[in-house]
Write a protein that binds this ligand. Structure first.
Ligand code: 3H9
Length: 658
């Protein structure tokens, strides 16, 4: 099947793109459209053209897989210029996701008709790019500078109705109508009128200019080191002073230089890694169970977050708690989460009420009988979880899946504590579970591929990025975090201070430093874990007791106003505390350590090297299936700057971390 077909129907030329899965502007599409336009030019009977796509979407962007190869003519800007220059009206029929190069193609057409569910946007900045085929030049000429900036610099798509309000599209069809036919009818009507002036020949509406310096400063702060959003704004600012042809050339130059740069390569890597990380040979070809009813044991912070995620994905959800009061609290937690989604405009009040009606609470495990998947999210204690597994296994069908949300405990041992261990899996959600995208899917030794395939399909339906991992203490993410936390504590004893380490990390691009993050979570959690592990700790391994001392002094973190840092009020930024400095220096002296200075670059290199070393071990032990899995976990669960691609990507692509 060719990627582009051309058909003539009663004086209308119909160009149809069919390049699954997303109708990307691959070489075959670009050359196919060029050929079609050449043939149309030779047919004087044509009075209008429609450009449409087969499949689930209009063009959703350039083909990322071509970005690492030499560019092949015709280039997208030339195809769009050819569309714009056609002597008869060209009307685009939009549906699905009209993104990046897809929106640029639509802007090269003279009119745009969209299905009501269409979303339109420029996600290029998420890939470390700016639009490279006229987006920064044509968009402000159509919808004004302010709306164009918002569309291009934040990377988020807008709905068809916002696009219509802005003038980005000309008409929305009714949901029942046939988009193609409506577009043909529209094109027929427009054929009787003069062809509109192409966008590149128009002036920009409005004279008001934004406060560019303020906008750039705000964007820089939000981008935390990512360059593309800032370059997008600077390019738009510079282009306003240029005629369209020079503005197009300027945009192209910026696009090409970003495409060749380290940040875009890193962002493209992580984008593709997220798409591919769960594609394991062992689940290929397996049809997962179609789950409709989920059971969740525990309505605390984690359980309620998981329940909310399940409700939002459309599952009937049964929540089990130990008594009525705990159940009421669990329901209240879910209600609060859904109210949050309502406030953020993700769901309507009606939908919120409807979702709450799909939450069925009970204090009797017998209510779990119809569940096809039960997730335990109770207190992190092996015996407690084992008793929950035992109770669940007695009730549900022997083929239904039982999952644990443990972060550290041995899921293999849990699995073997019940009959049919092959249906046990770990689902390690990150808090808040209804918001965080990452989900570690922990494959127990005995789990069968069907259990894994079903868990992965469930994760996808929740909208999560599922990363399969093996069983070990901390799986992928917490294990790496634990290794670099230790290394940071060693640096503290050897001469660094918490504020230095945190500044090195935030300057590198982490949203927060390790010590501020511990203060925020509360230091007593890891203190209790260390106390539990004291008996089994390797006596020959270096142990840093500073965190214990802080807890013994009641410095439990932000909530007590003191931890690794000092907090003058609930909102205040972490302040270095002379008492902590003294405590650290006394401890170094007690251990006979001669403190030395650490540069910011040494700190960050040590942290990244530790992540990479632990990552290598995890790979060698078969806990992670690929480098990609480690990068996806660190970027999506632990604040590793996305534009750096992840620690394993940096090994080969940015070994200096600069
Ligand atoms: C651009 O356009 C630059 C221009 O300004 C200038 C050019 C000169 N290329 O996400 P899914 C694959 S930059 C190649 O699971 P969904 C993906 O790997 C681009 N392949 O589906 C997967 O493959 P497989 C601007 C791509 O329904 C399959 O498509 N555009 C690309 O959940 C399905 O993907 C973007 O940044 C691509 N660009 O979501 C759009 N995109 O089937 C990026 C996807 O083998 N894409 N694939 O697993 C998306 O946001 C989502 O994929 C989309 C569909 C919303 C389109």
């Amino acid at each position: 099947m060719p990627a582009v077909t051309l058909e003539f129907a009663d004086h209308i030329a119909i160009i149809d793109i069919n390049n699954p899965p997303i109708n990307a502007t691959s070489h075959a599409v670009r050359s196919g459209v060029m050929d079609a336009l050449a043939r149309i030019r030779q047919n004087p009977a044509v009075t209008a053209i429609i450009l449409c796509c087969t499949g689930t979407t209009f063009i959703a962007g350039a083909d990322i897989s071509e970005f690492n190869q030499p560019a092949r003519a015709p280039l997208l800007p030339d195809v769009i210029a050819a569309l714009e220059d056609m002597p008869v009206p060209v009307v685009a029929a939009l549906h699905g996701t009209v993104l990046g190069g897809g929106l640029e193609v639509a802007l090269g057409c003279h009119y745009r008709i969209a299905h009501p569910a269409t979303r339109l946007g420029f996600p290029e900045v998420n890939l470390g790019l700016i639009p490279g085929a006229g987006g920064t030049v044509r968009t402000p000429r159509l919808i004004g500078v302010e709306n164009a900036i918002s569309l291009i610099s934040n990377g988020k798509p807008v709905t068809a109705s916002i696009a219509l309000d802005w003038g980005l599209i000309d008409q929305i069809t009714t949901s029942e109508s046939d988009l193609r036919q409506t577009t043909i009818d529209y094109a027929r009507k427009m054929a009787t009128q003069p062809c509109p002036i192409p966008l590149t020949k128009r002036t920009i509406p409005g004279t008001e200019q934004p406060d560019w310096d303020k906008l750039i400063a705000k964007t820089e702060q939000k981008a935390r080191g990512a360059v593309a959003p800032v370059i997008a704004i600077k390019t738009m600012r510079d282009n306003l002073a240029l005629p369209a042809d020079q503005a197009l050339a300027n945009e192209r130059q910026q696009f090409v230089s970003l495409r060749e740069g380290e940040q875009s390569r890193a962002l493209r890597h992580i984008f593709m890694a997220e798409k591919n990380v769960a594609k394991l040979p062992m689940v290929k070809g397996i049809t997962p169970t179609n789950i409709t009813i989920i059971g969740i044991v525990g309505g605390g912070l984690m359980g309620a977050g998981i329940a909310t995620a399940c409700l939002l994905a459309g599952y009937q959800t049964i929540m089990i708690e130990r008594d009525d009061a705990a159940l009421a609290k669990g329901r209240e937690n879910v209600t609060n989460h859904l109210q949050g989604s309502l406030k953020r405009g993700i769901i309507s009040q009606d939908r919120c009420d409807q979702l709450l009606s799909q939450l069925h609470g009970n204090t009797d495990y017998a209510a779990l009988a119809p569940a096809e998947l039960v997730i335990e999210a109770v207190f992190e204690d092996f015996e407690v979880k084992k008793s929950v597994f035992d109770a669940v296994a007695r009730i549900i069908d022997s083929t239904a899946i039982i999952a644990s949300n443990t972060s550290y405990l041995d899921i293999n041992a849990l699995a073997h504590s019940i009959p049919n261990p092959e249906r046990v899996i770990g689902l390690h959600f990150f808090s808040p579970a209804h918001i965080m995208k990452l989900l570690e899917v922990v494959c127990t030794d005995g789990a069968n591929p069907h259990t894994l395939a079903t868990a992965l399909a469930f994760a996808r339906k929740l909208g999560k990025i599922a990363v399969p991992t093996g069983v070990c203490d901390g799986f992928i993410g917490n294990r790496i975090m634990s290794a670099y936390r230790k290394q940071c504590e060693y640096m503290i004893e050897d001469g660094a201070y918490p504020e230095q380490i945190d500044t090195a990390m935030t300057d590198f691009g982490f949203p927060m430093g390790l010590f501020a993050m511990q203060d925020m979570a509360g230091l007593e959690i890891s203190w209790k874990t260390r106390q539990r592990q004291a008996a089994t700790r390797n006596p020959n391994e270096r142990y840093v007791a500073l965190g214990d001392y802080l807890c013994e002094q009641g410095r439990l973190g932000r909530k007590t106003g003191r931890g690794w840092f000092r907090y003058d009020n609930a909102q205040s930024a972490p302040q270095p505390d002379p008492d902590v400095k003294r405590l650290i220096e006394q401890e170094s002296a007690r251990k006979g350590i001669v403190r030395r200075t650490f540069s910011q670059s040494e700190i960050i290199k040590t942290i990244i090297a530790t992540m990479q070393r632990e990552g290598d071990k995890i790979l060698n032990e078969g806990i992670a299936h690929s480098d990609d899995a480690i990068d996806v976990v660190m970027v999506n669960g632990y604040g590793f700057p996305r534009w750096r691609g992840g620690p394993m990507f940096m090994k080969t692509n940015s070994p200096t971390g600069s």
